[in-house]
Design a protein around this ligand. Structure first.
Ligand code: NDP
Ligand code: GDR
Length: 328
């Protein structure tokens, strides 16, 4: 039975990846931080097969302990401070967790493996935010990185550190440059879920409007359930490598609003959307669109859920959730 250790188990991707690996017969361990993590119950209910180990990406010895307990064949490093807007206000913390945390776990894997690094395969959750002020359209594995936020800068550090451990120590280490991926499990601070929740609540008469920032930014949005499959496929390759995982399509926040409101029968959303500079970023990533050719050709990966299906899935989920809350 293969064994996997996942950091960031309480997050959107941690849950989908756990489900995928459990369905493939893996023994799955998840690293959970904090003395009394409020999301522990969610993980225990959603993926009861996962064994939880306490640890933090900033606490090197906790990582080594988790590796020694889990004895994993595969390590998926999904843990991060992942909210870009928050990273300006907490730049040092973001650098420590999202950046240096990657070095901590890579080094812990190396020491745990006693230099026989071939016994553990490593996945790093890199991000399209590394492309920032994009230097090429669409963005691919070789596009020059130009991050625009402390989060993006920290991810660049983790990305190159992953490549460096592969080149220095021969580790089977891969970096998935994943473009935005969403789902009903997306945190409510991210724009897609903020919109799907607001649309559901507006439709049900529970909320009057939603306040957003820049509506013109464009993102390449896919479905998280599809993207964790690409992570797993990367670690089944003979060698570690870098892969862009994206849909190859881009849509603005306005496009997302159009679809989400239309899904509940509202064609003109202008009366329900306000803008506030508080949600604008000091430096914006205006356009992201990925070229997933390498992932298609080498991993045989294809997305299954398209943009209209994704928006509908998220709004339907929030309608159901809000109706459930209303019913008590
Ligand atoms: P989430 O924000 O949903 O989850 C982040 C996870 O990181 C949570 O489980 C959180 O745990 C954990 N975490 C935070 N701080 C620490 C720490 N100090 N030590 C250990 N764990 C910590 O992110 P997603 O699931 O959406 O994304 C997964 C990864 O993929 C992240 O690294 C993200 O940056 C990256 N990524 C995401 C993309 C996306 O569109 N979703 C695209 C590209 C990359 P807790 O519950 O304790 O806070
Ligand atoms: P992003 O996702 O920064 O791309 O990072 P987010 O949904 O936060 O922002 C997307 C775009 O929407 C604009 N926007 C708003 N964003 C938020 N959160 N709230 C608003 O009210 C709002 N109004 C407009 C933003 O300015 C931005 O242009 C996500 C995270 O999951 C990262 O961890 C991951 O690496 C990248 O995706 C790929």
């Amino acid at each position: 039975m293969p064994r996997a250790l996942i950091t960031g188990i309480t997050g959107q991707d941690g849950l989908y990846l756990s489900e995928l690996l459990l369905s493939k017969g893996y023994e799955v361990y998840g690293l959970i931080r904090g003395q009394n993590n409020p999301k522990r119950e969610l993980v225990e209910q959603t993926v009861p097969g996962v064994k939880l180990l306490t640890g933090d990406l900033m606490d090197f010895s906790s990582l080594l302990r988790a590796l020694e307990t889990a004895q994993p064949d595969e390590v998926y490093n999904l843990g991060a401070i992942s909210f870009v807007a928050y990273s300006w206000e907490n730049a040092h913390l973001t650098a420590d967790v999202t950046g240096k945390g990657v070095l901590n776990i890579l080094e812990a894997v190396r020491l745990y493996a006693h230099d026989d690094v071939s016994k553990v395969r490593f996945y790093q959750a890199s991000s399209s935010e590394m492309f920032g002020k994009v230097q090429e359209v669409p963005q691919r594995e070789t596009t020059l990185l130009w991050p625009r936020s402390p989060y993006g800068v920290a991810k660049v550090f983790g990305h190159y550190m992953t490549i460096n451990y592969r080149e220095s120590y021969g580790m089977h280490a891969s970096s998935g440059i994943l473009f935005n991926h969403e789902s009903p499990r997306r945190g409510p601070e991210f724009v897609t879920r903020k919109i799907s929740m607001a649309v559901a609540r507006i439709k049900l008469g529970l909320q009057d409007y939603v306040t957003l920032g820049n509506l013109d930014a464009k993102r390449d949005w896919g479905y998280a359930g599809d993207y964790v499959e690409a992570m797993w496929r990367m670690l089944q390759q003979p060698e570690g490598d870098e892969y862009v995982v994206a849909t190859g399509e881009t849509h603005s926040i306005r496009d997302f609003l159009d679809r989400a409101f239309a899904h509940v029968g509202i064609e003109d959303w202008a009366p329900y959307v306000k803008q506030d500079p508080r949600f604008m970023r000091p430096a914006e990533v205006e356009l992201l669109i990925g070229d997933p050719t390498k992932a298609h050709e080498k991993l045989g990966w294809e997305r299954k859920v398209d943009f209209p299906q994704l928006v509908a899935m998220m709004v339907d989920n929030d309608l159901e959730e809000q109706r459930g809350l209303m019913a008590g």
